[in-house]
Structure formats: C-alpha cells, structure tokens
Design a protein around this ligand. Structure first.
Ligand SMILES: [Mg+2]
Length: 156
C-alpha cells in the first residue's frame, strides 16, 4: 500500500510533525500537501498543543491505510521520546482492542476508544493534551468551525 496524501498546514511550529515529515520522505511513496482539498487528502496531520509529547493516531483508514508505514512511524516517535497513542471513534469492546494491537503487533500502545465522541474533548476530559493528531476524518476530532481547524488552515 502506498501513495497517501498527508495534509499539514499549521500556523504554529509543531515538532511532532517533523518526525512524520522525515518518515514520509524516507518512505518515498507518500506525499505532503498544505492545500486543503478533501477530494485529494487521505490523512490530516493537525497540530494542537505545543507542549504535549503525545501523538494521537487514528486507526480506521489511517493506520489501516498503510500499517507498515505507521508501525515505522510509531517506532520513530518512540525513539524521539514522543508517546504515540491510538485514538479511535470505535467503542472499547475487547475485539476492537485486540484487532488494533494485532494489526500493529504492539501490546503496549495506549488505545483510547471514544465510542463516537469527538476525540479532542474526550482526551481533554481524560486530562490528555495532544501535540499532533493524525487522522483521515478531522470532523471526528473536533466540531467544524473550531479555532483548532482554523489554525491548521481548514476553514469550514
Ligand atoms: Mg479513521
């Protein structure tokens, strides 16, 4: 699997994005655009907290779009002292958790299941700020029109 188009357009610097950018360049088949085009973009990298070391990665149509790439990205984040976690709109049924861990070959990664709730509010409610979101579906993170989307170049 290959040829994913990643969107990134943050008005503030985001150190976590540099790791993703490096991994995309090393990988060689995916690309990055700063142009918001829902018909072209496959995955959105949205900068959020400037101090958090957490990178929240979606599962369906994000990790599953190229599991090998994401496994290597997760390793790269850990090597750089970031904590990659999974944040999915799925519910917390054991089957879901096992499927995610199995796909990643990773028993240790933290998995947050929001059961359909907006991810950013869900994580903040757990006391967790996220430095970078990687997701194919940005409306799952936060409601349309929010300052976070504007700050990432998404005007809705
Ligand atoms: Mg998804």
């Amino acid at each position: 699997m290959s040829d994913l188009v990643f969107y990134y357009h943050s008005k503030l610097p985001c150190a976590a994005f540099r790791i993703l950018e490096t991994r995309i360049k090393e990988h060689g088949e995916h690309e990055i655009t700063s142009t918001f085009d829902e018909f072209r973009v496959d995955q959105y990298a949205l900068a959020d907290s400037t101090t958090s070391r957490i990178v929240a990665i979606d599962f369906d149509n994000t990790i599953t779009a190229d599991p090998e790439f994401y496994m290597s990205l997760i390793d790269a984040y850990r090597e750089g002292d970031w904590e990659p976690v999974i944040c999915t709109l799925r519910g917390d049924m054991d089957d879901n958790l096992q499927e995610i861990r199995g796909k990643l070959h990773d028993e240790g990664i933290r998995i947050y299941t929001t059961d359909g709730r907006k991810k950013r509010a869900f994580m903040l409610h757990q006391g967790i700020s996220v430095g970078l979101w990687i997701d194919d579906y940005f409306p799952g993170i936060i409601q349309l029109g929010s300052p976070l989307l504007l700050r990432n170049g998404i005007e809705y």
